[in-house]
Design a protein around this ligand. Structure first.
Ligand SMILES: Cc1cc2nc3c(=O)[nH]c(=O)nc-3n(C[C@H](O)[C@H](O)[C@H](O)COP(=O)(O)OP(=O)(O)OC[C@H]3O[C@@H](n4cnc5c(N)ncnc54)[C@H](O)[C@@H]3O)c2cc1C
Length: 480
């Protein structure tokens, strides 16, 4: 470790520090996964599995569902399948796809805690409450344990502690090579689902959020901003302007037994990441956490990682190969603003999984047919311009408080438009008309907004964003 990070070393175990370093190395692509263009099973081969799921994180929901449809499924992970969870939140209604998929009879049983409402608060600006989004804490362990058990009961092959080394695609399937305890293990499948999250070789994101934090105990409770209100989820909160060249943002939500999960993150272009993004951010987390929530906190469980984000102003990640489909964070179909990958996964997995069953039954596993399994939520098509504003380093000469002022204007407009629109925005589901009203209202509050947004975008990005906005308008106009 080139720097010292004294607070982080004191608060985290040696094992966690080692895992943090390995994540940083993997993210910087110092341990690339080899991909061969050809060399997989030939036409007419009978692969061992219909579907191989690479990565048993949240994408396990695909593995469990596909196995239950009777497909031959293998799931592998470099850690234990189904253990890589964080603390996740969502709204009650959004859990419905788990019931529709017959994976959970009563998905509400997965909820540990439900808040009165969520808030967004900008330093030097206002606090904007929203109901019905991100207001339920899901018991992630129970969810993943149950998915693992369902996959196993349906006959899926689970391979714990197997790391993807390489894969190659042939006309008859995909051949996957795994490292396991010094040996190489080979699997063949008709289709590979890449659920490797930010570690996927295809996750070519143009923004990312290094995110650190964890479950804390011992924080002061009460109604002040720097105290924990057990009935309030904090979706996005800033406690200062740009410092050290970054706009840091907090997210926090209470858990069971007086605990509180707090995350600190910032938006950055991957090329501008420092050598130790997670360690550096943890050091800041421990130093500045009392600005966010006061009290003598103990770190009960650290959680951290890189969340990929996509402005959609550059090409989206996609497998360049037939027979491979990206899912979850690797596919990046979540908001580049709120990065609610959990909500996005639960909302999207069932239509995609059903489309996969259809593609497998008709043997249409070419790149184009697989990519068409995805349907892009409307809000995602036009959010990128706003997200770019959050990236210090773009748009030289901006004042340190610009990002807070801009976001304050944006969220004041959303709050004014009413809960339905505000909640739809956070869920990536805002429609064209509401988006236009939102832009109009925000511009009335901050007349320089278009100059500011366009100043941080290249001409190509402006053209692409305008085209996406026009296309969204056309699509929604045609569908009435
Ligand atoms: C700290 C943090 C907090 C978050 N909080 C929230 C939240 O509150 N709400 C929300 O909606 N979303 C949240 N997210 C996002 C959410 O967790 C992700 O969107 C979701 O986990 C994505 O699921 P996934 O299956 O695509 O990837 P992951 O859950 O990241 O799983 C990827 C899996 O692939 C495995 N893997 C990686 N490389 C290899 C390899 N070479 N070989 C084998 N296995 C490999 C990993 O071990 C892991 O198990 C958070 C993310 C982070 C990092």
């Amino acid at each position: 470790m080139s720097a010292d990070f004294p607070r982080t070393r004191e608060a985290l175990s040696a094992e966690t520090l080692e895992h943090l370093l390995s994540l940083e190395r993997a993210f910087a692509r110092k341990e690339p996964i080899a991909l061969a263009e050809r060399g997989g099973p030939d036409r007419g081969a009978r692969p061992d599995f219909d579907v191989i799921l690479a990565g048993g994180g949240l994408s396990l929901v695909y593995g469990a569902w596909l196995a239950r449809t009777g497909l031959r499924v293998a799931i592998f992970d470099r850690r234990k399948v189904g253990c890589g969870h964080r603390e996740w939140n969502i709204s009650r209604a959004e859990l419905q796809p788990l019931a529709d998929a017959a994976l959970f009879e009563k998905p509400g049983d997965l909820i540990d805690l439900e808040y009165r409402q969520g808030i967004v608060r900008w330093h030097g600006g206002g606090t904007y409450a929203v109901n019905g989004v991100l207001d339920c804490v899901v018991n992630a362990e129970r969810l993943l344990d149950a998915l693992r058990a369902q996959a196993e009961a349906a006959g899926a092959t689970l391979l714990d502690f197997h790391a993807l080394a390489s894969y190659s695609v042939g006309d008859g399937g995909v051949l996957v090579q795994l490292h396991h305890e010094g040996a190489t293990v080979e699997l063949s499948g008709r289709l590979l689902l890449d659920g490797l999250g930010a570690a996927s070789p295809h996750a070519a994101f143009d923004l990312c959020c290094p995110t650190v934090g964890g479950v804390l105990s011992g924080l002061a409770t009460g109604g002040a901003n720097d105290e924990v209100d057990p009935a309030l989820g904090e979706i996005l909160v800033t406690t200062e302007d740009v410092e050290d060249g970054r706009q840091h943002i907090w997210e926090g939500f209470p858990g069971a037994h007086g605990r509180f999960t707090a995350y600190l993150f910032y938006y950055v272009e991957p090329a501008r990441l420092p050598e130790h993004p997670l360690l550096e951010l943890y050091e800041r987390f421990f130093a500045t956490r009392p600005r966010y929530k006061r009290g003598d906190a103990t770190m009960e469980k650290p959680t951290y990682g890189f969340i990929p984000a996509y402005t959609r102003l550059r090409p989206m990640p996609a497998s360049p190969r037939d027979r491979v489909l990206l899912v979850g964070d690797a596919a990046g179909r979540h908001s580049p603003l709120t990065f609610c990958g959990f909500g996005s996964m639960i909302r999207s997995f069932l239509p995609v999984a059903r489309a996969l069953v259809e593609r497998l039954s008709t043997d249409r596993l070419d790149h184009r047919s697989l990519a068409a399994a995805w349907d892009e939520p409307p809000g995602l098509q036009v959010m990128g311009g706003l997200t770019l504003m959050m990236v210090p380093g773009r748009g030289n000469g901006r004042a340190p408080d610009d990002i807070n002022h801009l976001l304050d204007a944006a969220f004041a407009s959303l709050a004014e438009m009413g809960n339905e629109v505000y909640a739809a925005f956070v869920r990536d589901q805002i429609g064209f008309r509401d988006f236009i009203t939102f832009m109009r209202k925000t511009a009335a509050r901050r007349p320089t907004i278009y100059d500011e947004v366009f100043a941080v975008m290249s001409r190509g990005e402006i053209a692409k964003w305008s085209w996406r906005l026009a296309r969204l308008g056309m699509t929604q106009w045609k569908s009435g």
